[in-house]
Design a protein around this ligand. Structure first.
Ligand code: PRP
Length: 231
């Protein structure tokens, strides 16, 4: 599989042409350390949520480097100077449930972003995504959508979300996942070659239940403390 490492930051004022599709496995020591704690089966839900926050922030920092920012004048207490303001409508599209854990840190970085929820869960028998909620309006698509979901396993949920955003008419889509399986990344790359995929790590395998291996378990259950404590 071809994995593109994050390149140099684009110019201060990127244009639409700077939107480069591909897979970006973000290399950073902080990501590696936080991901290790996230994987640990003994990490309790409260710490797990904090780690998801930190990793979502670091991913979002990388994933937003090509957002367009237009010049704007600002008056400081001392003088007038030129600054920048975002010039695109940005939409965050968290996939319920686990994507909820990534909204706040990304909104912290892009306070004016719109949040459009999608509800998808994987059928336990078939591993196929089942859509149960969509808050997308019928018209006026955002310019750039950031799909937020900590996990990309078979890629079924991501492909479903990307199809929904394509139907809405979103020109640029970025998929932010903390952990991914090689199989799912390949599937998304093939079905949506124009999307950007930002991940903290790509794991090699899926087990027979389509869980990422080594992975981190079920992110939704670990965020919301709904693990089957009897097993
Ligand atoms: C998980 C995860 C993704 C999906 C990934 O959600 O958060 O949405 O599975 O799997 P896929 O790539 O094979 O589609 P889950 O179905 O566990 O729902 P939850 O977030 O409500 O726990």
């Amino acid at each position: 599989m071809s994995v593109t490492l994050v390149a140099e930051a684009p110019a201060i004022l990127p244009t639409t042409e700077d939107f480069m599709s591909g897979v970006f496995e973000v290399q950073h020591p902080l990501i590696a350390c936080h991901l290790t704690r996230l994987r640990d089966r003994t990490t309790p839900p409260a710490e797990f949520r904090q780690l998801v926050h930190r990793l979502a922030s670091l991913l979002a920092y990388e994933a937003t480097k090509d957002l367009q920012a237009e010049p704007v004048m600002v008056q400081t207490p001392l003088a007038k100077t030129e600054g920048r303001q975002l010039s695109q409508r940005i939409g965050l599209v968290p996939i319920l449930r686990a994507g909820l854990g990534m909204i706040d840190p990304v909104l912290e970085l892009i306070p004016m972003a719109e949040v459009w929820h999608l509800g998808l869960y994987r059928d336990e028998e078939t591993a196929q995504p089942i859509k149960y909620y969509s808050k997308l309006p019928p018209e006026r698509p955002v310019d750039v959508a950031l799909i937020l979901d900590p996990m990309l396993a078979t890629g079924g949920s991501a492909v479903d979300a990307l199809s929904t955003l394509r139907d809405w008419g979103v020109p640029h889509v970025k998929l932010l996942s903390i952990i991914a399986a090689e199989e799912g990344v390949k599937r998304v790359e093939v079905e949506f070659p124009n999307a950007q995929i930002y991940v903290c790590h790509i794991d090699p395998d899926l087990n027979d239940r389509k869980f990422i291996v080594p992975g981190l378990g079920d992110a939704g259950d670990r965020i919301f403390n709904t693990m089957d404590h009897g097993s």
